[in-house]
Design a protein around this ligand. Structure first.
Ligand SMILES: [Zn+2]
Length: 116
């Protein structure tokens, strides 16, 4: 959603929304919320604009769960990488990590293969 509001437009603010003023300055407050002339523009908060530690507990819990899943996933990938090359591949390329059993020159980058 985009709000059609430009510098110079007339806005009505104050408690009864009848105080006429000109929009002079757009910004955001300390919670990331849009402001006009230094004042809150919305009567609700846009959570995604807020600092994470100020967001709702439910959202932060969801985010932490997501992070935990990602961490576990990267750990699993790390374990897979560790077991993938060995024990059949006795040589590895120090430059690009290509592995084979015969050694010699790395077909991918031309470096000399090294024995594990
Ligand atoms: Zn290589």
């Amino acid at each position: 959603m985009n709000i059609d509001l430009k510098i110079g437009d007339i806005i009505l603010g104050g408690r009864f929304k009848n105080h006429r003023m000109e929009a002079k300055d757009f910004g955001t407050d300390e919670l990331g919320q849009p402001t006009v002339n230094g004042r809150k523009l919305l009567t609700v908060r846009i959570e995604k604009a807020m600092p994470i530690d100020q967001q709702s507990r439910k959202t932060r819990e969801k985010l932490m769960k997501k992070e935990a899943v990602l961490k576990e996933l990267s750990r699993a990938v790390g374990r897979m990488k560790k077991t993938a090359g060995s024990p059949s591949d006795a040589y590895y390329c120090p430059k690009c990590d290509y592995t084979n059993n015969s050694g010699g020159i790395c077909p991918k980058c031309g470096a000399k293969m090294v024995k594990r």
